[in-house]
Each structure stands twice: as structure tokens, then as C-alpha cells.
Design a protein around this ligand. Structure first.
Ligand SMILES: Nc1nc2c(ncn2[C@@H]2O[C@H](COP(=O)(O)OP(=O)(O)OP(=O)(O)O)[C@@H](O)[C@H]2O)c(=O)[nH]1
Length: 303
């Protein structure tokens, strides 16, 4: 009988650390010489995270939508393509932060793949500080994070460096109340071993209520391409005044004070700049609730 490819679904809210986890996993898989494919999905129009995947790893990208809703048919097609073209040991699916893991699972459980795929586990990352301050999120988003937790086989409570021990204790209890059966690991930069999630058997859970991005979440994306380098001070002032409903920004940016491009990451109020050796189009993707495109565009053009 043909060997089945294991499927792992990496879920978690925007910025929780899914790409960090994926990089860590791919590094470990490489040392084992296993044949791996990755399916990635970005809410915005351009893909930024795909740089995280080494060139020789088959990669299917689902752009312009969310695995779970707009393009679940595409996910099936991509999986089929990967399975036809490669002899794979495992496939990792990184869902968008706004995806419901069960929807992704549904696509993988299609009868089409019954002989070719075996579901490994659903791994959900939770940003510890984000969870602690979840009251600032809209109710549908809080619900989505709760659902991502309750459907997980393994939960990584990530970014534990940002909370005190007693705060963490409280968060752990809250998460265990939502899902007492799964394995809960406390992590920094998603530092886990493959065995932490590969030896966990997948248990189908019933009666999930759908939280659908387009219907309820109002999660929107805005893609901005700068025509010229911007002033760093003004950019930082723009960030300070940005509405709390912008959850995530990422992309590439150039400043007037330097010739270099920067990879920019912003998650939950924290900006991060990293020098980028190659010159790339200066494009930022914004993800948030009810984004005001016109206002953002105007503000960014004025920088
Ligand atoms: N302080 C801290 N930062 C972390 C940790 N893990 C990840 N990060 C940072 O958090 C940011 C977001 O991490 P990603 O791995 O890109 O998150 P993601 O879930 O893939 O984000 P989306 O693709 O937007 O959904 C990055 O700047 C990471 O370096 C952690 O344990 N502690």
C-alpha cells in the first residue's frame, strides 16, 4: 500500500507565531531528510512569509483569500497537485490567522485524498499577551481564537517571555478550561520538537460552529505600495496613532535615512524592522477590523 503523507495544520491568530513555528519545523525536518511540502495562505494580496520556506521545498500558495472560506476548492486542488508531483512524507498547512482550522481540515478530509493523506494534528498557537488582553478584540475574533484553541490537538502558548509567571498561570488555566484534552506547551519563538506534535493522534471534534471570515469577522486587508522612501519619524508617528483594530502589518519599506530596504513586522502594537539585503518593492499589507482604506492610503501617501 502507498505510504500516506501526514498533514499538519498550523493555526493561530494573526501574529501568534505560525511562520516562526514553520521555519523551526522545516529546519528539523531537513535534518531528518524527510520530503516536505508547505501550503501557505496569506490574507493580503502579496506573499511575504514564503521567504521562510527554503527553495527546494514544494510550496503551494493560496493568495488573495483565506484557506477556509473563499478558496477551499483551491486548497483541494493544490493538495492534489502536490501529491501528484511529489512523493511526500508530510505536508504543513499554515492557515491565515483568520482561518477556522476545522474548515481547513474538512478540505483535507475530502474522499479524494483518503488513500493519500493521514491527518497528523492541528497545532494552534496562542499569543500569550494577546490572549490576556483579548477584551480589546471584537467578539467574533475572540470567538475565533477560542475555536482555534478548542479544536487543537496541541496548543502552543507562545511569546511567554511577555508575561509574568503568575499571569501565565492564569492564562494556562483559562486555556485548559476551553480545551482540557489537548497537549499544552509553553513556548518562546515556538521552540518545540517535532515529536511534541507528531506523536499526538488527531481526534475529530464534533459540532463546530463556523466563524466565517467574510460573514462575521469583517477582517479586512489593505495593501499599500509606496512610490518613494518614507521618513522614519513620521512613519513611527503614524504607527502610534493607528487604530487598535489594525492587528498586523507586514511587508517591505524603505526610509529616507538609509539606502536599505527593511522587512517590517508589526503585531499587537510592536514594530520590528529587519534589514533586507535585496531591494524589493516597498509594499505593506495591513490586516485589521473594518480598515478604512481611504484614510490609510491618504495617511501613508503623506509620509
Ligand atoms: N517576543 C516574542 N516574539 C515572538 C515570539 N514568537 C514569535 N515572535 C515574533 O512575533 C512576530 C509574528 O510572528 P510570525 O511567526 O510571523 O506570526 P504569524 O502567526 O505567522 O503571523 P501571520 O502570518 O500574520 O498570521 C514576529 O516578529 C516574530 O519574530 C515569542 O515567543 N516572543
Amino acid at each position: 500500500m502507498l505510504k500516506k503523507a501526514e498533514v499538519y495544520i498550523l493555526s493561530g491568530f494573526l501574529g501568534a507565531g505560525k511562520t516562526t513555528l514553520l521555519k523551526n519545523i522545516l529546519e528539523q525536518e531537513r535534518t531528518l531528510n524527510r520530503r516536505i511540502a508547505v501550503v501557505m495562505n496569506e490574507l493580503g494580496k502579496i506573499s511575504i512569509d514564503s521567504d521562510a520556506v527554503p527553495g527546494n521545498t514544494p510550496l503551494a500558495e493560496l493568495l488573495n483569500g483565506c484557506v477556509c472560506c473563499t478558496i477551499s476548492g483551491q486548497l483541494e486542488a493544490h493538495l492534489q497537485g502536490l501529491l501528484q508531483q511529489h512523493d511526500l512524507d508530510a505536508i504543513y498547512i499554515e492557515t491565515t490567522g483568520a482561518a477556522h482550522p476545522v474548515e481547513v481540515l474538512d478540505a483535507c478530509l475530502s474522499p479524494l485524498f483518503a488513500d493519500q493523506l493521514s491527518i497528523g494534528s492541528i497545532v494552534t498557537l496562542v499569543d500569550a499577551a494577546r490572549w490576556q488582553n483579548r477584551d480589546s478584540l471584537t467578539i467574533p475574533l475572540r470567538k475565533l481564537i477560542a475555536e482555534q484553541i478548542s479544536h487543537a490537538d496541541v496548543i502552543l502558548l507562545n511569546k511567554t517571555d511577555q508575561l509574568s509567571e503568575s499571569e501565565l498561570g492564569k492564562v494556562v488555566m483559562e486555556i485548559q478550561n476551553l480545551n482540557a484534552k489537548s497537549k499544552l506547551l509553553l513556548t518562546q519563538f515556538a521552540n518545540i520538537k517535532l515529536a511534541d506534535f507528531q506523536q499526538v493522534s488527531f481526534t475529530p471534534k464534533e459540532n463546530h460552529t463556523k466563524t466565517h471570515v467574510t460573514d462575521h469577522l469583517h477582517l479586512k486587508t489593505y495593501v499599500h505600495t509606496f512610490t518613494k522612501p518614507v521618513d522614519l519619524d513620521r512613519f513611527e508617528e503614524f504607527l502610534r496613532n493607528m487604530p487598535e483594530t489594525v492587528y498586523r502589518i507586514k511587508g517591505y519599506i524603505r526610509f529616507t535615512h538609509s539606502n536599505e530596504s527593511f522587512l517590517f513586522q508589526y503585531s499587537y502594537g510592536m514594530p520590528l524592522y529587519m534589514k533586507e539585503p535585496v531591494k524589493i518593492k516597498n509594499t505593506l499589507v495591513f490586516i485589521g477590523d473594518n480598515l478604512n482604506h481611504t484614510q490609510l492610503e491618504q495617511q501613508l501617501n503623506e509620509l
